[in-house]
Write a protein that binds this ligand. Structure first.
Ligand code: AP5
Length: 229
């Protein structure tokens, strides 16, 4: 499979990079998406972040979504499809985007095809023991969404975001029961997308057990982007 940047070059210029990060909860999709966003200068489109934003604003949709999220279940397809369709129509997505956490079902993937064509799907693979320890120790900045871990990557000052000074908190769905349910939902509803995208020739697997910087280097290599430039 040709790296995306080279494939574009062959086709007349790197006009856009439409990427999707696939992987179980806690695989590191958000961590990698934020690094890619800085490197490629295209937006991260995280349905989880958008839903948490709606919860924080206490919109009707947010209050409805919160019930599903706290239980570790997926929010109904029609809700997330509408959010992503609207977001991808915004001008900053014209040159590409990094989908993080969408699509998560075959219905969502089929809907996505009606309004955007992906260039590459990166499946970040991590063992289940690591997932549980990553999620139970995860902390997130309420203001800017920066991601920390109490052991592996804590903020310099406990509870304070290094990047923006915001409050660093534990997500309400990062508890044992919800983590277990999210893994179950992933196996039943999202994992079938691995074969779905492989059949379309879009899938590349990435070892997500490595350090975040090494995972990022692997991804950039797969995309044909130099991590020096
Ligand atoms: P969402 O916010 O997408 O949660 P998720 O898929 O469960 O993924 P996470 O955010 O938990 O994990 P991640 O892979 O981004 O890992 P991270 O980089 O943070 O969704 C939340 C909920 O919203 C869903 O349960 C559902 O209800 C709803 N929802 C969202 N999208 C939906 C959709 N499309 N359809 C229906 N419902 C939807 O890393 C985790 C931790 O590990 C961090 O502490 C990090 O510091 C650490 N870490 C990361 N990488 C490494 C590494 N390489 N080495 C060591 N530690 C690492």
């Amino acid at each position: 499979m040709a790296p995306v940047a080279r494939a574009y070059a062959a086709g007349g210029g790197a006009e856009s990079m439409k990427l999707m990060l696939l992987g179980a909860p806690g695989a590191g999709k958000g961590t990698q998406a934020k690094m890619l966003m800085d490197r490629l200068r295209i937006p991260q489109i995280s349905t989880g972040d958008m839903l948490r934003g709606a919860v924080a604003q206490q919109t009707a949709m947010g209050l409805e979504a919160k019930r599903y999220m706290d239980a570790g279940e997926l929010v109904p397809d029609e809700v997330v499809i509408g959010i992503v369709r609207d977001r991808l129509a915004e001008p900053d997505c014209a040159k590409g985007f990094i989908l993080d956490g969408f699509p998560r079902t075959v219905v969502q993937a089929e809907a996505l095809e009606t309004f955007a064509a992906l260039d590459r799907v990166l499946d970040v693979q991590v063992s289940e023991e690591r997932i549980v320890s990553r999620l139970s120790g995860r902390r997130t900045c309420r203001a800017c969404g920066a991601i920390y871990h109490v052991v592996n990557s804590p903020p310099s000052v406990d509870g304070v975001c290094d990047q923006c000074g915001g409050v660093v908190y534990q997500r309400s769905d990062d508890n044992e029961a919800s983590i277990r349910e999210r893994l179950e939902q992933y196996r039943a509803k999202t994992a079938p997308l691995v074969a779905w995208y492989a059949d379309k020739g879009l899938l590349a697997s990435v070892d997500g057990d490595a350090d975040p910087e090494d995972v990022q280097a692997t991804i950039l290599d797969l995309l044909g982007v130099s991590d020096q430039s």
